[in-house]
Design a protein around this ligand. Structure first.
Ligand SMILES: *Cc1c(COP(=O)(O)O)cnc(C)c1O
Length: 366
């Protein structure tokens, strides 16, 4: 049996007719940037998240960057970020000219630990940026409570959490603003790069709209030195075809996760994901932990099972941040997780037989 880590072809085969109709609509319209498809997607995705505004942008990194810019974050400011995240979270802060200040996760959920956030706040801190890692929301009430008390703003990195909820409310409606990525492999993916800012804040949404389009509100009038970061008509139309099935696809991911959780319980040497009672994850990734990661990954690969590591090297150990003065042992939990995590095959098109097969291989490994 050959089981890919993620089967995007199956996803697109299921919606072939809808995706072709969407592409045709855009081709025939002759309008490709900032038009009716982007506007319609923005309204539909804002409603999906339970927020007032959605502003389509070029990608997830830009979504986070433009939020920080719109909040006035810049040189000399600090933004609290997880020590164990994809580097985009940190880069968004660096793009804005500010300093990413890493905080270690809760060892059970892998999400930002509110108890450690408070210790990292300094007079320069402006924003806390939790990541809803692997599709499970961070502990937002605890984080928002610190932010209110310390007069900070909170930005969700929701790039992995389309449809995830926290105490019944969806990612995108849990803080001052949220950045989403629609990279093809995300739970809601474009067929190329795309992203969005989601917020209830009228002023913030307005500033992001201006910044994403060359700082311009009226053609050839530029009120700010903005950027070119727009969600194009083709990607918006394609995602409008996919948004109606997102809940169904997330539901199928949930069933795969439940199956893994049930059947892998008690497998020696394997630490399974922990879901707090307030979280309803959308399982962007199903991540297990084992000190035998390299051997297990090779064993599964030999058996035809595709796995990936999210992520093998934490941002503070990347050459890109060599000048920040972090050392190898500085964030031991992030370091340890990067050595032990392994993402199993996961997706809405993973069959029951495939799940059984992965489980049987994991069980026979020990
Ligand atoms: C994918 C991702 C991003 C960046 O999204 P792009 O669209 O690739 O720019 C940011 N943060 C996290 C946690 C991600 O997984």
């Amino acid at each position: 049996m050959k089981i890919p880590f993620l089967d995007l072809k199956a996803a697109h085969a299921e919606l072939r007719g809808e995706l072709e109709a969407a592409s045709r609509r855009v081709l025939e319209s002759g309008w490709f940037i900032m038009g009716p498809e982007c506007e319609a997607f923005e309204a539909e995705f804002a409603a999906y998240c339970g927020a007032r505004h959605c502003v389509g942008v070029g990608n997830g990194l830009e979504a986070l960057h433009l939020i920080l810019r719109a909040m006035g974050v810049g040189e000399g400011d600090e933004v609290i970020v997880p020590s164990n995240t994809y580097i985009a979270t940190w880069l968004a802060v660096s793009y804005a000219g500010a300093t990413p200040v890493p905080v270690e996760p809760d060892g059970r959920t892998h999400n930002l630990d509110p108890a450690r956030v408070e210790e990292a706040v300094t007079p320069r801190t402006k924003v806390i940026m939790p990541v809803h890692l692997y599709g499970q929301t961070a502990d937002m009430d605890a984080i928002n409570e610190i932010a209110v008390r310390r007069n900070l703003r909170v930005v969700e990195d929701a790039a992995q959490a389309h449809g995830a909820s926290y105490k019944g409310r969806r990612a995108g409606s849990l803080a001052d603003a949220a950045g989403f990525s629609f990279y093809p492999g995300k739970n809601l993916g474009a067929l190329g790069d795309a992203g969005a800012v989601v917020t209830d804040d009228d002023g913030l949404a307005d500033r992001v709209r201006v910044l994403r389009n060359y700082g311009s509100r009226v053609k050839y009038e530029h009120e700010a030195r903005g950027y070119n970061s727009r969600l194009d008509e083709l990607q918006a139309a394609l995602m409008r075809a996919k948004l109606p099935v997102l809940d169904g696809w997330n539901g199928r991911r949930r069933r795969v996760a439940e199956s893994y959780l049930q059947q892998l319980e008690g497998v020696a040497g394997l630490i399974l994901p922990v879901v707090p009672e307030w979280a309803e994850p959308v399982w962007h990734l199903f991540v297990v932990r084992t000190p035998e990661r390299a051997r297990l990954q090779a064993y599964l690969s030999e058996a035809g099972v595709g796995t990936l590591v999210h992520y093998p090297k934490p941002p503070h150990m990347q050459t890109a941040y060599a000048d920040a003065g972090h050392r190898a042992g500085d964030f031991p939990l992030a370091g340890r997780l990067s050595a032990e995590v392994l993402s199993l095959p996961m997706g809405p098109h993973l069959s029951d037989e495939a799940v059984e097969y992965v489980v049987s291989k994991l069980s026979s490994f020990a």
